[in-house]
Design a protein around this ligand. Structure first.
Ligand SMILES: *Cc1c(COP(=O)(O)O)cnc(C)c1O
Length: 398
């Protein structure tokens, strides 16, 4: 068998290693100048002011910070598509609020405005959406609905780091946006996340919440305790007892460090090149799989939308998805499905019936897509998907 083709894969190399070496040699590995530079570069990438973003140790912890900032609590409902990542469900339920799951479009796996609107009540405090596979979906329209109803919108933009609608970055349509740099995303810092907060006052609280709720009397952003840094020199000079602090929230520690941020700076500079290759892979699948009987491809992007091409999903008729996935695995092609429906996870106590999401979850399969796929890999995936789909549709073994 040829090598196993992965669904996702990071691209980390010599440039990232050199950046880490520089951090080691600087003798400042905690949160410091590189993290500041990473936040600044990310804010520029989004087209927002630097004071609106905070780097975190994961997107999941950024989600918990978002709900702390919004004051979500007992008696509140938070709406999210059933096709969501578990962090959002936990952040809602963990604060004593009720997650309310909505249905999604069967082809895009993104919620429509009507799907969101159908489950809003007077207790709805916030809506969380993600951008399935990197396609923006109806985020602009959902943002407008939320604004009209006075409901907060949080965008889990973990899959949409380079996705835009009419030039505006996904993650900046609502009140808050979240990104992930974990090992399976496009920009990888090994582990890490970013939080965008539109409201300037809440944005200023975010770094404190991310660092044990500490409000330092000494100047500088949170996370700078315990180690003197020349950047704070001038301001410290006019202070006494710079070690004193207040506590503004009973939260954990979600800060990142300069080792990971140095990796992030290099990765962010490569994002455009990563997305360009992913777009080529998606186009090759679009062409190579267009005429396969029993197979449905992702709908084309609406005018004005761009994607990060985080996932490439296909949908099978006749209940053959699981068999084809097994066949492909045996032929060295790893596939998967994200995200298992949250309304069917018992712990959340939902009794919702969401027929379109349920149908999509039985049919959808994610094919390998990442910037390291060679043309030969892509051809192999196309050939095998064609062969296995045809065989299973004819009730034969591939
Ligand atoms: C990966 C992912 C997250 C969580 O990111 P971490 O940085 O691993 O915590 C959240 N939402 C979505 C949609 C994701 O894919």
């Amino acid at each position: 068998m040829d090598h196993m083709i992965n669904v996702v894969q990071p691209s980390l190399g010599e440039r990232e290693l050199a950046a880490v070496r520089e951090v080691f040699e600087s003798n400042w590995v905690g949160r410091g100048p590189r993290t500041g530079a990473f936040e600044e570069a990310f804010a520029r990438h989004l087209g927002v002011g630097r004071e609106h973003v905070t780097a975190t140790n994961s997107c999941s912890s950024a989600t918990f910070i978002a709900f702390e900032l919004l004051g979500v609590g007992p008696g509140d409902e938070v709406v999210l598509p059933t096709v969501s990542f578990v962090a959002a469900g936990n952040a809602i339920a963990g604060r004593g609020a009720r997650p309310v799951f909505c249905d999604v479009d069967e082809a895009t796996l993104n919620p429509t405005v009507a799907d969101v609107e159908a489950v809003l009540t007077e207790r709805t405090k916030a809506v969380v959406v993600l951008h399935y596979g990197g396609h923006p979906g109806a985020v602009a329209e959902i943002a407008e609905l939320c604004r009209d109803r006075g409901i907060h919108l949080v965008e889990d933009a973990a899959l949409a780091i380079a996705s835009t609608v009419h030039g505006r970055a996904c993650g900046t349509f609502g009140d808050m946006g979240l990104w992930s740099f974990d090992h399976a995303k496009i920009v990888v810092t090994v582990d890490g996340g970013m939080l965008y907060v539109r409201d300037p006052e809440l944005a200023a609280r975010a770094p404190k919440i991310a660092y044990l709720g500490l409000e330092q009397r000494a100047p500088g952003r949170s996370g700078s305790t315990g180690h003197f840094h020349s950047g704070y020199d001038q301001a410290l000079r006019s202070r006494t007892r710079w070690w004193d602090y207040d506590v503004v929230s009973f939260t954990g520690r979600s800060t990142t460090n300069d080792v990971l941020s140095a990796i992030g700076l290099v990765q962010l500079s490569r994002l455009e090149e990563f997305v360009a290759r992913r777009r080529e892979v998606a186009r090759a699948y679009d062409e190579g799989l267009a005429d396969v009987a029993g197979l449905r491809l992702p709908p084309p992007l609406p005018a004005g939308h761009t994607s990060s091409y985080f996932m490439y999903w296909v949908q099978f008729e006749n209940g053959i998805r699981d068999q084809v996935a097994r066949d492909l695995f045996e032929r060295g092609i790893y596939t998967t499905f994200r995200y298992p429906l949250m309304h069917q996870v018992g712990a959340y106590g939902s009794d919702a019936v969401l027929p379109r999401a349920e149908a999509a979850a039985d049919r959808t399969l994610l094919l390998p897509i990442h910037q390291s796929l060679s043309d030969a890999d892509v051809d192999r995936v196309i050939t095998e998907v064609r062969a296995c789909t045809a065989a299973r549709l004819a009730s034969a073994t591939c």
